[in-house]
Design a protein around this ligand. Structure first.
Ligand SMILES: [Ca+2]
Ligand SMILES: [Ca+2]
Ligand SMILES: [Ca+2]
Length: 197
């Protein structure tokens, strides 16, 4: 029983540091990044906010615009402009765009969009995603074939190239420093050893 508890404990410690975490951009997570980004307007950048889901990780908003500020609702994160049609989505017709960076290197495995219809296109950090690239047309999930690594303090942008698209969540992992990589391997090995004994 003691061994089982220790094994579970090690796995919990390991999984919180070493595995992908869903970062909520809508307002349904509490606390979530979406809550912290909500309401940041044009002209108040750069702004640094914590990512509540991963202690020590923060995001900097470098620019928003040219049309409106960030708005997060129960549905998604987007830009709320003066004359746009959808307050919680990025609209290509208004060139709505946000540019961010993280303070640590991160590796994206999945993006969760909303309202991503046929024929629409989204630019995420230079990668063009079309509706036909989505793994699921109902939930608008996009899986990276190879995880997309954005190194620390590197700026990346989100924008709709065509159509109106909101974003609900990122699924990412903080890219570990070499010492943390060793720690992660050690935790997994230790857990396996305990389970086999
Ligand atoms: Ca909008
Ligand atoms: Ca979705
Ligand atoms: Ca749409």
């Amino acid at each position: 029983m003691k061994k089982l508890m220790l094994s579970i404990g090690l796995l919990i410690v390991g999984s919180s540091i070493c595995h992908a975490v869903i970062i909520r951009l809508d307002n349904t997570g509490s606390p979530g990044l979406g809550d912290n980004l909500d309401g940041i307007g044009v002209g108040v950048t750069p702004t640094n906010v914590d990512v509540p889901e991963i202690p020590g990780l923060s995001i900097t908003i470098h620019s928003i615009g040219p049309d409106g500020g960030l708005n997060s609702t129960a549905i998604s994160l987007g830009i709320n402009g003066d004359s746009d049609l959808d307050t919680d989505a990025f609209e290509s017709m208004s060139a709505q765009r946000a540019t961010f960076s993280f303070n640590q290197s991160v590796s994206f495995t999945q993006l969760d969009f909303t309202n991503f219809e046929s024929g629409e296109e989204f630019n995420f950090a230079g990668q063009v995603i079309t509706n036909s690239d989505l793994a699921n047309g109902t939930t608008d999930i996009f899986n990276f074939a190879t995880p997309l690594v954005i190194t620390a303090d590197t700026q990346f942008s989100l924008e709709a190239i065509s159509g109106t698209i909101g974003i609900e969540a990122f699924d990412l992992t903080v890219v570990p420093e070499p010492t943390v990589t060793t720690f992660c391997s050690f935790v997994v090995l230790l857990s396996l050893l305990y389970r086999q004994r």
